[in-house]
Design a protein. Structure first.
Length: 232
């Protein structure tokens, strides 16, 4: 006799929370996320379907497998995972649980998801992040691993502003800086697709940091050239 799980027919997709690592494609044209455990090898988009990480051909989530997207019910439970050293560069995602799902005491394992909001923590220096910058400690083939960065720490590194990451990821994703608390239209793109004032300030700060770095490099090259001429 085969036991059947109770079927649910929610009026709206359930909401869940999880942490993930942001990634940027090698050519800089796409943005997405990777999981922090089983799904860490498979980058996924804002709106995406789960596949079996073990390469099996069954449809996720299979009852006798642990494949599928995972999330928890409680935002605080997901935030608690960011306290561990290996997850401090991860971002907090708010997702819509789509398709078939299996409900557990603490969360869901499910077939399809839409990432609605990504909340970025502070830069490693403690300042508010204005960008996601390349993290040299990790990556995936064809994908650069990113970490929260302030304008100063993003200097000289491949980086994308929070609004820029949202645009590349698409599907209406909102990216916010944790601890700042701007209203939803100000946090990323406005309702008509334009940047809000805080995002424009962040973009300007990031551009200024890059300009300062380039000017420093040019000055160093100029000093080397002058020293070589005197030596000759």
């Amino acid at each position: 006799m085969r036991l059947r799980l109770p079927a649910e027919r929610p009026a709206e997709p359930p909401t869940g929370y999880k942490i993930a690592r942001p990634v940027l494609s090698q050519d800089g044209t796409r943005a997405g996320f990777t999981g922090v455990s089983l799904g860490s090898a498979l980058p996924y988009g804002v709106l995406d379907d789960a596949t079996c990480v073990y390469g099996r051909r069954h449809r996720a989530p299979a009852r006798l497998c642990d494949c599928g997207f995972h999330c928890v019910h409680d935002r605080a439970a997901a935030e608690a995972l960011l306290c561990t050293a290996e997850h401090r560069a991860a971002v907090l995602l708010e997702v819509s649980v789509l398709g078939a799902y299996i409900r557990f005491e603490r969360g869901f394992r499910y077939a399809r998801q839409r990432v609605r909001t990504a909340t970025v923590g502070p830069c490693v220096c403690g300042a508010t992040a204005v960008a996601l910058a390349a993290d040299d400690d990790w990556g995936r083939p064809g994908w650069r691993g990113l970490a929260p960065a302030c304008a100063g720490c993003a200097r000289g590194r491949t980086s994308v502003s929070l609004a820029g990451f949202a645009r590349l990821a698409g599907e209406g994703l909102r990216v916010t800086a944790g601890g700042v608390g701007p209203s939803a239209p100000e946090a990323g793109l406005t309702a008509d697709g334009e940047l809000g004032v805080p995002e424009l300030v962040a973009e300007a700060a990031l551009l200024q940091a890059r300009l300062d770095w380039f000017q420093t490099q040019l000055a160093r090259l100029g000093d080397r050239g002058a020293g070589g001429a005197e030596h000759d």
